[in-house]
Design a protein around this ligand. Structure first.
Ligand code: NAD
Ligand code: DAU
Length: 353
């Protein structure tokens, strides 16, 4: 298949692209603006492939989107381009509205125009796959899970913008017949994760001997999914999912944030002990909570398991150890980011709150 991946230079997008080029005969066009979060170094292992191409462009630019669709003629648009960090959406929501809502609208309009011009097998095969988040469902208490039927209740500028984009995608499917698929996924982690997010931030700050910031009391719960398992799920959905359907994707690995941070410290104590022999856990620091911090997310992934035969293959314990080893072995990847783009400082503190 010919797959156009928006946001393919980001964390999850690059994992999907590496998978598509490493397994099978797919042709891939990465369409990415290369914001602070986009990184061609994450695609270095596949960028020499004759089946890989790249265009640096903004999904809000209708002419650029139209040109890429006309030239590449994809069977699938896998739409991952987004502003993805909750704390940045608190500091500056503008880019989230622009890219996540307006950009998705532009992409849908151009995809519809492109798809309308197809015929026969090409038209029947086309899919628009929108990659979204479990955060659109709001926050859970101690019990319960998000299913595909859970009502939307987004609570941060980020999740509200993703909810808006989900609604647009479904509307284009319902009203115009565009063959859409939507997936809502839990927290990903793994190699090439931008160091603003909890897990890479804690690994890197631990290695640099800096305080490890835990928001609030660390009791908030996230469900963690290894990014390569997510990439495999995405491929299953656009290859075999039913048009118009939504699939929730989760790791079945709920952890309190403080448990995640302690697990990272425990592994680092074993594989790269501090010179002074003190545990990295000594660096843990409880800091002011994130404004509007959702308490718990948890996914019921039984639909994708029963309908498409997908389930996570990597446990949290395996995945976190693999991830830590990757950051230890790929210091140049993250040091380049720290030197030029983001040095792990605190984000998302409310200005007048
Ligand atoms: P990321 O921030 O690592 O990457 C986003 C990519 O999109 C970057 O390469 C960036 O350059 C590109 N981009 C941003 N704005 C663009 C624009 N206007 N035009 C073209 N490209 C643009 O994000 P990620 O963590 O890889 O997330 C990918 C998608 O998956 C997002 O839609 C996100 O909402 C969703 N998601 C992420 C997670 C997670 O845990 N990271 C979980 C569920 C869903
Ligand atoms: O649930 C899916 C979402 O997961 C995705 O849609 C988002 O794109 C992705 O960024 C992620 O959102 P979170 O807000 O859950 O991820 P983050 O890594 O920012 O934070 C994870 C948890 O850790 C959250 O409860 C806040 C907390 N945290 C985060 C940071 C950066 C800390 O305690 N300390 C920190 O320094």
């Amino acid at each position: 298949m010919r797959i156009l991946v928006t946001g393919g230079a980001g964390f999850i997008g690059s994992a999907l692209v590496r998978r598509l080029l490493d397994h099978g005969e797919h042709e891939v066009l990465v369409f990415d603006k290369l914001t602070y979060a986009g990184n061609l170094n994450s695609l270095a292992s596949v960028s020499d492939s004759p089946r890989f191409s790249f265009v640096q462009a903004d999904i809000c630019d209708a002419a650029a989107v139209q040109g890429a669709l006309a030239e590449f003629r994809p069977d699938v648009v896998a739409h991952l381009a987004a502003e993805s960090h909750v704390d940045r959406s608190i500091d500056g929501p503008d880019a989230f509205i622009e890219t996540n809502i307006v950009g998705t609208f532009v992409l849908l309009n151009q995809a519809l125009r492109y798809w309308s011009g197809l015929s026969g097998e090409d038209k029947a095969r086309f899919r628009f796959h929108h990659i979204s988040t479990d955060e659109v469902f709001g926050a859970l208490g101690e019990d319960g899970y998000f299913t595909e039927e859970t009502a939307y209740d987004p609570r941060s500028p980020y999740s509200a913008s993703k909810a808006g984009s989900d609604h647009l995608v479904r509307a284009w499917g319902h009203t115009y017949g565009l063959p859409v698929l939507v997936t809502n996924c839990s927290n990903n982690y793994g190699p090439y994760h931008f160091p603003e997010k909890l897990i890479p931030l804690i690994i890197i700050r631990a290695l640099k001997g800096e305080p490890l910031p835990v928001y609030g009391d660390g009791s908030n719960v996230r469900d963690w999914l290894y990014v390569e398992d997510h990439a495999r799920a995405l491929q299953a959905v656009f290859e075999r999912g039913s048009v118009g359907e939504t699939y929730n994707i989760g790791g079945g690995a709920e952890r309190k944030n403080i448990e995640v941070v302690r697990a990272i410290c425990g592994i680092l104590d074993r594989v790269q002990p501090r010179a002074d022999g003190v545990s990295y856990a000594d660096q843990i620091t409880f800091v002011t909570d994130r404004p509007g911090h959702d308490y718990r997310y948890a996914i019921d992934a039984s639909k994708i398991q029963s309908n498409l035969g997908w389930s996570p293959s990597v446990t949290f314990e395996e995945g976190i150890e693999r991830t830590i080893r990757w950051y230890l072995e790929n210091k140049s990847w993250w040091q380049e980011i720290l030197d030029g783009r983001y040095a792990t400082q605190r984000l998302g503190v409310v200005r007048n709150g």
